[in-house]
Design a binder for this molecule. Structure first.
Ligand code: NAP
Length: 346
């Protein structure tokens, strides 16, 4: 049987080039087209020597494909995805352009008026652990943001089980590749090395996405969420620590409570290939280069709080790997196909 033809729009960014690395080994897929504004006309392997075995020329326009991944910046991505959908091509958009359900959020958080608000209703939020059957039937996937992936997966079992109060603090620490490949002063080596800083305290763009999805997990009042991202001197990875007070009477105290909590998380993620409930706090290195999200739920017994920790690789489960997981579901391939690689350690 012929392979599914896949195209990557904007292979010259970090998310796009990670897609090329992972898709190259996918047994059901052939990468037939890669685009990139600054490198059009050049060989992919010449621009990215680690992709030496892929014989493709980067073009300005996407060629004929069955499924397209867009790794463009927001606003630009929607412009490219809309015509592809009209041509009957399945689309996985890695940008934020179809993640928010309310079109009014786009001018507010992203500074542009959405060009196709009707598609926001249709687009499926591509977190397979929550929306697997909808993803399988979709033609447009809004691949989740990197911070939202870690935060939502850390909190989903607790919210669904109704064991936490709807007042949540999320503290996330990201490696520098989360900011992309575009040059900027804030990501220069000498600015980032031996430095840790919080940013976007006035409201990060991923906040509405996190709030939207957490609200859908829990009946009753919309959870109030404080989200503070931090930049830390590493290349890949996001460690998220989320805090919420336990609802009275829902979890036993002490060791019995910890066992109950672990049980709730293990039941929720039972059978999941890419979310593992750990028995100790995970390290970002445990997910470096692979599609895992490792979650560790724990109790602050003294303060009666949940502390839920997650680790992901922002470019894999937070971007390209999750996009392939979604494509596998959309195309009817086993969900783990092409994503079996283990993390690199140390
Ligand atoms: N990095 C992550 O961890 C991550 C995770 C999840 C989602 N995402 C999303 O994935 C998308 C790509 O992110 P990234 O981190 O891969 O970005 P990136 O490495 O900064 O890539 C951005 C590239 O986009 C191209 N570009 C910039 N402005 C453009 C425009 N107006 N029109 C066309 N191309 C333009 C540039 O390539 P040329 O120089 O070739 O023009 C630039 O190198 C974004 O929407 C981002 O939010 C990223």
């Amino acid at each position: 049987m012929s392979k599914t033809k896949a195209g990557i729009i904007n292979v010259t960014g970090y998310a796009g080039v990670e897609l090329a690395r992972l898709l190259y080994r996918h047994p059901e897929v052939e990468i037939t087209s890669v685009t990139g504004r600054s490198a059009a006309g050049q060989k992919l392997a010449a621009v990215f020597p680690h992709l030496a075995d892929i014989d493709l020329t980067i073009t300005a326009e996407l060629g004929e494909v069955d499924v397209a991944f867009s790794a463009l910046p927001h606003k630009e991505s929607a412009k490219e995805c809309i015509p592809l959908l009209k041509q009957g091509i399945k689309v996985v958009d890695i940008s934020a352009d179809f993640r928010l359900k309310d079109a009014a959020d786009y001018p507010k958080w992203y500074g542009f008026t959405h060009p196709a608000p009707e598609l926001l209703k249709e687009a499926v939020f591509g977190l397979p652990e929550l929306y697997r059957s909808q993803i399988a039937a979709a033609r447009l996937i809004a691949n989740p943001g990197c911070y939202p992936t870690g935060a939502i997966l850390a909190l989903a079992p607790a919210l669904k089980a109704g064991i936490i109060e709807p007042d949540i603090i999320i503290d996330s620490k990201s490696g520098v590749s989360g900011a992309g490949r575009t040059l900027s002063l804030g990501t220069h080596y000498s600015e980032v090395n031996e430095d840790v800083s919080a940013y976007s305290l006035e409201g990060h763009r991923h906040l509405p996405e996190i709030s939207q999805e957490l609200a859908l997990l829990r009946p009753g009042p919309t959870p109030s969420v404080t989200f503070v991202p931090h930049l830390i001197p590493m290349t890949r990875g996001i460690l998220t620590t989320a805090y919420a007070r336990l609802s009275p009477g829902t979890i036993a105290s002490g060791e019995k409570g910890q066992a109950e909590l672990t049980g709730i998380y293990r039941d929720f993620y039972k059978g999941e290939s890419f979310v593992k409930v750990a028995a100790a706090s995970p390290h970002t290195k445990h997910t470096w280069g692979n599609n895992l999200c490792i979650v560790y739920p724990s109790l602050d017994i003294r303060q009666n709080r949940l502390i839920a920790i997650s680790a992901i690789d922002n470019l894999v489960k937070g971007a390209a790997g999750q996009a392939i997981q979604n494509m596998n579901l959309m195309c009817g391939f086993p969900e783990t196909t092409g994503l079996e690689g283990l993390a690199v350690y140390p």
